[in-house]
Design a protein around this ligand. Structure first.
Ligand code: NAD
Length: 294
């Protein structure tokens, strides 16, 4: 089997330079992980503050490595130098693979992907880090849909081993092999899954969040639910997880899941995360979620 996998991976194109669109929770994590594992990465966002946040994420993680004597200052500088923060597409003509990690909104993603396709070399792979949106839907606007797939990392990127590599109906074997090989080079465990809303992991996770929402509506305190799930042995409960993921990202993803599987995923009335979002709570990223931070 190993030999078969090796033969199949031979189709992978080398990724000497990668890029990530979005320097948020996920983009910053992808940039750190790629650079620290030896693949230089361009990190693009739409404003300086967002880029600074992405660099801050990477710097914090590197400082921890230095504290633990796993890395020296020269090593830290080398990794930081391998992340190139930019506001334009000027350097994208060197990118072999681009991970798109902008907000979880189909229209924004479709427009960003269509833009970047004109900026990269013809051989480049485009991979979306969408949590829930159909890869076939996003491929619809692209001129080279065979060079497009999903590359779904989990949060926090540097800790979570799994990466879902999502095959759209037009994705080529070479694109899948290149993305799988890049995930392995980043120290991750890729699994290849077919396209559908939520792919594999979020089809398991969102029914869990729906159960959580029902309990909240029954009047049970979210802190109690979190404590119980921690006692059960999970690293964190659903309320804390929603804050880590981002309430806005949760609401976008929940909408896509409800549309994708109306019979299974639709909930009655507004969900608690929708109410939080309406109150301006984004979770840990702005310090206000189920819990208060900072
Ligand atoms: P985020 O809100 O932290 O970051 C999104 C970033 O995209 C922001 O910095 C924003 O300025 C930037 N952006 C918006 N439009 C852009 C454009 N046109 N070009 C470049 N940058 C642009 O969001 P996030 O949590 O990092 O999520 C990003 C993607 O990753 C979403 O698709 C989300 O579903 C997915 N994802 C999130 C998690 C999670 O736990 N947060 C986990 C897995 C996947």
């Amino acid at each position: 089997l190993k030999k078969q996998a090796g033969l199949w991976l031979k189709q992978a194109r080398p990724v000497a330079q990668s890029a990530v669109l979005g320097a948020g929770i996920m983009g910053g994590g992808v940039a750190y992980q790629s650079a620290s594992r030896g693949t230089p990465i361009i990190m693009k966002d739409i404003n300086d503050e967002a880029l600074a946040l992405g660099i801050k994420t990477a710097t914090k993680l590197l400082d921890k490595q230095v504290e633990k004597s796993r890395l020296d200052e020269a090593g830290k500088t080398k990794v930081l130098n391998a992340i190139n923060p930019v506001l334009d597409y000027d350097s994208f003509n060197t990118a072999d693979l681009v991970v798109e990690a902008v907000v979880e909104n189909p229209a924004v993603k479709a427009s960003v992907l269509a833009d970047v396709e004109h900026q990269v070399p013809e051989h480049a792979v485009l991979a979306s880090n969408t949590s829930t949106i159909s890869i076939n839907l996003l491929a619809g606007n692209l001129q080279r849909p065979e060079q497009f797939c999903g590359m779904h990392f989990f949060n926090p990127v540097h800790l979570m081993p799994l990466v879902e590599v999502i095959r759209g109906s037009k994705t080529s074997d070479e694109t899948i092999a290149t993305t799988v090989a890049y995930a392995v080079a980043m120290g991750k465990t890729p699994i290849v899954v077919n396209d559908c809303p939520g792919f594999l992991v979020n089809r398991i996770l969102f029914p869990y969040f729906n159960g959580f929402n029902r309990l909240l509506k029954d009047g049970i305190d979210f802190k109690r639910i979190d404590r119980v799930m921690e006692q059960f042995g999970w690293p964190m409960g659903p309320a804390y997880l929603a804050d880590v993921v981002g309430i806005d990202t949760m609401v976008h993803a929940d909408t896509v899941m409800q549309q994708g599987f109306p019979e299974r995923m639709q909930h009655d009335g507004e969900s608690i995360i929708e109410l939080l979002l309406a109150d301006g709570c984004l979770g840990q990223k702005n310090g206000q979620g189920f819990y208060q931070y900072g």
